[in-house]
Every structure is written in C-alpha cells, then in structure tokens.
Design a protein around this ligand. Structure first.
Ligand code: NAP
Length: 254
C-alpha cells in the first residue's frame, strides 16, 4: 500500500495563501487545505479543500492538526493577524508538526514620502489631529473603534465588507477590494480632498498604489508598524520560498 499523500494546512486570508494553495493543488500527491477565519462574506474560490471558522484557540488547532493528520502548517495569514500566528506557533510546538511562516515583505519609504510610523491603531489615532482633517483610512473595518472618538475629523473608510460601529461620526464608506491602481487612488484622494492617509504596513503590490499616490500629492501617511513574530519564528518572503521549503521537507514533491 502506498503511503498517504502529505497533507498541508494553509492558514489563509491573503493573496499569497491563495497562490500557494493553487501551486500545491497542482502537485500530484499533495493534499492541501486552506483555512479561513470567515471574516469576509464572499471570500472567492480557493484551490484544494477549504474550511472556514476559528479552531478554538491553540489547543483547538492542535487537535485539528492531529485529527486531520496534517504534515505541515503554512501560516500565510495577514501580517497583522497576531492571534492566529501565535496559536499556530503554540500548536506546532505541541504537536511537533513543522510550521512555515509566509510573510510578504513590508513597504519601504521612498524619497518624497512623508511617513509617520506608529506602533498601533491607537497611536495612529493619537497622531491624526496634528496631521490633517480629512483622513483616508485603510486599516480594515474591524479597527475603526480606535478612531471613534475623533469627532472633529472626516473619515473616508475603504473596506471589503461594510464596517460596523463603533466608528467615527463623520465617516464615508467605500466598499472595494484591491488591487488598486495609482490613477484610481489619485482620483480618490483628490475627489475626497484627503489630507492624510492611514495604513497598516501590509506590504505587497495590490494595495501599494495609495502610497505612490500620496507621495505624488505630498500627503502625510500614518503607517502602523507590524507586530513582531512570536519568539523563534522567522518568515519566508514568498510563495516560491515556501514551496522550496516544503519540497525540502519531502512534503510537496513536484
Ligand atoms: P487574528 O486576530 O489573528 O485571529 C483571531 C481569531 O480568528 C483566531 O484566534 C482564530 O480563532 C481565528 N482565525 C484567524 N485567522 C484564521 C484562519 N486563517 N483560519 C481559521 N481561523 C482563523 O486574525 P484577524 O486579524 O482577525 O484576521 C482574520 C483573518 O483575516 C486572518 O486569516 C487574516 O489572514 C485575514 N486578514 C487580516 C487582516 C488584518 O489586518 N488583520 C487583513 C487582511 C486579511 P480561533 O482562536 O478560534 O482559532
């Protein structure tokens, strides 16, 4: 009897997770399952198996890994999804199952940028009144509470699904999913007379155009820095690197 095919669990929610799932699903013997938190109403198609919803903490994840005979976990979650990354580290240690972390590199300021790096959404909110009155907020619909007390500022919030209160009283919502173009971002910033942009340092191409557009208009940009990875973990920057690592572990024969 041939040995069972290796089973790779991808913790997803990013474009890279989707690309990795497609690459692994195309390999003949690998079984790939992508896990999504279930935050987005219509997440789109994913190659391979899909499961949706939390595991119930690190213990629940460890149980799931054992029960589904997972051979490797790839944490390809968003750089700001801190809890699931911590849970993956704990569960991997508890089960002895290899964990590979995929993190797209963060953005780097370019000449002409007026960036204000801050450590948190709360710090971003504290910085805003000194920087402008019309704010383009792209930090995700779940982080709006940090800005809810800023009653004198006008916010343009862009998110995939509609945000829910608490949020600032003067808020306009734009529902959209990237990728975004530089021309589109310039038009949006001009149309809404934005004078300051707030973003997480998500990295990647799909949402980088707002930074180029802000540079072109000389706007201030409040950049929320990434949380650190749990102790002892280092990240690989791209899908190709993860495929190489899995291949070396004997888990993704081409
Ligand atoms: P988080 O704070 O790290 O996670 C909160 C809880 O949600 C986790 O403890 C876990 O619940 C569940 N969860 C998160 N990711 C999961 C996954 N891939 N599969 C199954 N359960 C998951 O995460 P978050 O910041 O709310 O982000 C949720 C998801 O959205 C992530 O998968 C992330 O990749 C994606 N995302 C996040 C951002 C962002 O800015 N944070 C941006 C774009 C996409 P249990 O403890 O019950 O297992």
């Amino acid at each position: 009897m041939s040995p069972p095919s290796p089973h790779v669990l991808i913790l997803g929610g990013t474009a890279e997770a989707r690309t990795l799932a497609a690459a692994l699903a195309a390999r003949p013997v690998v079984r790939v399952t992508t896990s999504l938190a279930g935050r987005v109403a219509r997440p789109g198609t994913v190659d391979g198996n899909l499961r949706v919803g939390g595991f119930g903490g690190a213990q629940g994840l460890a149980d799931w890994l054992r029960e589904h005979r997972v051979d490797a976990v790839v944490d390809a979650t968003h750089p700001f999804a801190e809890s699931i990354t911590a849970n993956a580290a704990t569960a991997a240690e508890a089960t002895g199952i290899p964990l590979v972390v995929l993190r797209r590199p963060g953005w780097r300021p370019a000449p002409g940028d007026r960036w204000h790096p801050v450590p948190s959404l709360d710090a971003a909110a504290a910085a805003l009144p000194g920087l402008g009155r019309r704010v383009f907020l792209t930090t995700g619909r779940l982080g709006l509470a940090a800005f809810a007390h800023l009653t004198d500022l006008h916010f343009v919030v862009r998110s995939v699904d509609p945000p829910e209160p608490p949020m600032p009283p003067h808020t306009e919502v734009i529902l959209a999913r990237g990728p975004f173009t530089e021309d589109g971002e310039l038009a949006l910033l001009r149309e809404h007379r934005v004078d300051v942009l707030v973003t997480k340092d998500s990295g990647g191409e799909a949402t980088a155009a707002k930074l180029t557009a802000a540079r072109g208009l000389g706007l201030s940009v409040v950049v929320v820095r990434r949380p650190p990875l749990p102790d002892g973990l280092t990240a690989l920057p791209g899908v190709v690197d993860v495929l190489e690592r899995l291949t070396r572990l004997g888990l993704a024969p081409a």
